[in-house]
Design a protein around this ligand. Sequence first.
Ligand code: ZN
Length: 407
Amino acid sequence: MNCRHCKHSLQHVFLDLGFAPPSNAYLSKEQLTKPEHYYPLKLYVCEQCWLVQTEDKTQADELFSSDYAYFSSVSQSWLDHAANYAKMITKRLDLNSDSYVIEVAANDGYLLKNFIAANIPCLGIEPTASTAAVAENLGIPILREFFGQTVAQRLVQEGKQADLILGNNVYAHVPDINDFTQSLKTALKPSGTITLEFPHLMRLLEQTQFDTVYHEHFSYLSLYSVIQIFEHADLHVFDVEELPTHGGSLRVYGCHANDNKETTCTLSEVLKKEVESGMRRLETYQEFQFRADRMKDDLLLFLIEQKRKGMRVAGYGAAAKGCTLLNYAGIKPDLLSCVYDAAPSKQGKFLPGSHIPVFPPSTLIESKPDFVLILPWNIQTEIMQQLSYIHEWGGRFVVAVPAITIL
Ligand SMILES: [Zn+2]
């Protein structure tokens, strides 16, 4: 197997989580009696370009099926993040009614609706039918396709190159990162700007966020590796911001290599941090499995202990990261009776692999669990505010990442 980006032979396993079903393949009651597809979930690190990547075994069309259930608009903090970004970038790039904005993986229109409101022409690219339909209802033009060279070249022919192309939490999810990056270049005006947000591998390493590993998440990115990938596509990274979203993300700013946008000093500062945290040393990656296993063991110990004491533990947030954690730990409904989630598309279904049922949060008040395990720890503050009523019956919150903690 060779590196997705630089084609160097991949020798070093970074993390092996065994086999798991696709994390967004929620099951209906009828599907529980049928066989489930499991795929290896193993990450490698490339010692040439330091891209961390999954084994390339799963097909994108199975992972992003038409009933893919992730709707961005469900999280209020994510909506606020999108609105703040739109405001900031409109000002920074001086966008107006003559500009053109393209968002790759526009989801349910959670972000582009801000540009529509500001009268800035835009286009969303979103292959998932259920979310695309919601975006279209908001008046956002959507291309229901996967972004790649075919789409990018058609946009050029139609005179629709962008002043701004943005992609939030899509870059790590594309199977062919070189083709995707090249396509960004094709669809970009000569003076245009690209911004991409993705979880920062440095945070995953520091905080043992191994539950952010799932099949749909093909690449685990550092600033260093993204600079390599952009340069290979004749693009240039000229700025970067560190964001608190998704447990610590980067927002990189790119332009054509021959564009003379000024490179900021933040770029060298973040690169320096990456070196200092050991991101270009093999040992940093080789000790990670041990840390992930210890965290998994600690969660199991906690759940078994509560079960023996007769305490009831429920989960909150049926997100992909919860599925990875529960499946790797082999947790089933005897240890975690159910998971509550605000997304109607997930309610009444069962988590892939563990078959833990998903219930609407309204039923939490009736069942009064002793502990609520927050699975999407990245939005734990928001969840704790929403569910603060559990304190009325002495309920308490728990997170498993970066260490099992009763809050
Ligand atoms: Zn490589």
